[in-house]
Write a protein that binds this ligand. Structure first.
Ligand SMILES: [Zn+2]
Length: 105
């Protein structure tokens, strides 16, 4: 098992000096490991540090999906027999949607 340093320190290898950075100021964890501000992935790539964004739009995940809405059954679909339902639901839907009045029987 790899030895973990007792104090969090920058794990960047400075090749020209043949040593690890080992700075302990403002250490943060990145995908490559713990980094000081001079050796973050963005700093090493010469880019500015990414700024926190606004995040997800308000209300994201609160609206039911279209798939969930497709499961909403209306009495007419159940009464037609095309929508699968329990016999009790089918009879209730048949009573709610009177087909005979449509056929003038
Ligand atoms: Zn460093």
């Amino acid at each position: 098992m790899k030895d973990e340093p007792p104090v969090p320190e920058c794990a960047h290898w400075i090749g020209s000096e043949s040593r690890y950075c080992r700075s302990v100021d403002s250490i943060r964890n990145y995908l490559p490991g713990l980094c000081c501000p001079l050796h973050t992935p963005a700093a090493l790539a010469g880019r500015p540090e990414p700024q926190p964004g606004p995040g997800w739009p308000a209300g994201t995940g609160t609206r039911p999906s279209l798939l969930a809405e497709s499961h909403v059954h209306d009495a007419r679909a159940i009464a037609s027999g095309k929508r699968r339902a329990t016999p009790a639901d089918y009879r209730a839907a048949q009573a709610a949607v009177d087909h005979r009045s449509d056929l003038n029987l």
